[in-house]
Ligand binder design. Structure first.
Ligand SMILES: [Zn+2]
Length: 275
């Protein structure tokens, strides 16, 4: 299974980065997490086939996470997409999507699509399965407007991916990310604490606190219980807790060392042992 960061910037294009959009694909899965305003040109630039995408998960209704949908839907209509598409997100997503479509392209919300389009509301801590993908939303904290705000724990093809979405620190991030193969966390600032957002330092402090409570695996489990790929993932999870691959917000100022890997991170492979 592969994860590509189609966009990982903020709403202001900081650092020239594109709005949030992650593409996950595998043998049985092909979905997006968030669809910011710049998602369509970014997908085209990366030559990601939009027709193969079955599911789009939206974390909240801020434009840098949500406003790419009208462009994507119109592009699907004009490129004669036939494959069904599901869009899932917080409560009220059907109404918010129709409003957005009308604001950007008048009458577009009433146009009959050539393809089957399903818009599904997700509720906190109620898992929902879409084909091979099971999604569990967790409520997060990101201000007063643009919500409800959901973080997602996604299970597919034997792997677990967790995404914090935009949020300040909340203890729901612990069950969200516990045991995940990959935890993607926003980090709007490097050290400074900003309301409604995480800083990388805050996240590291909480992860350190959490890791101290994590028991070492039993030697028998390390030797016998799991297949090679699972063994590696399990060992890393238990010893070190979920791994932060990169931040989704602007990098630290030039005077401080960058701890995030450069964009885009090309592969999240089931078999790769490079860390
Ligand atoms: Zn936001």
């Amino acid at each position: 299974m592969q994860l590509r960061f189609v966009g990982c910037g903020d709403a202001f294009g900081s650092g020239g980065r594109l709005n949030t959009c992650f593409h996950v694909s595998g043998r049985e899965t092909n979905f997006l997490i968030d669809c910011g305003a710049s998602a369509l040109p970014a997908l085209k630039r990366l030559e990601i086939a939009r027709d193969d995408i079955d599911l789009i998960l939206i974390t909240h209704f801020h434009g840098d996470h949500f406003a790419g949908l009208p462009f994507l839907l119109l592009d699907a209509q004009f490129s004669r997409r036939t494959r069904p598409l599901t869009i899932a997100g917080p409560q009220g997503i059907a109404t918010r999507l129709a409003q957005l479509m009308e604001a950007l392209f008048e009458h577009s919300s009433k146009t009959k699509q050539r393809f089957e389009l399903e818009v599904v509301e997700l509720a906190p801590e109620q898992s929902k399965t879409f084909g091979a993908v099971t999604v569990t939303p967790y409520p997060v904290v990101h201000g007063e407007s643009g919500g409800p705000f959901l973080a997602y724990r996604v299970q597919a093809e034997g792997r677990t991916l967790a995404y914090s979405a935009d949020t300040e620190w909340t203890d729901t991030l612990i069950p969200l990310a516990r045991g995940a193969d990959l935890f993607i966390a926003e980090a709007y600032m490097y050290e400074k604490v900003v309301k409604n957002h995480l800083s990388l330092k805050t996240l590291e402090q909480h992860l350190r606190r959490h890791r101290r409570k994590t028991p070492r695996p039993h030697p028998y489990e390390r030797r016998h219980a799991l297949a090679p790929g699972q063994y590696f993932a399990s060992r890393r999870r238990r010893r070190h807790g979920p791994r932060i691959l990169r931040c989704t917000r602007p990098f630290p100022p030039r005077s401080t060392p960058a701890r995030c890997s450069p964009s885009p991170v090309p592969r999240w492979s089931r078999t790769s042992r490079r860390r």
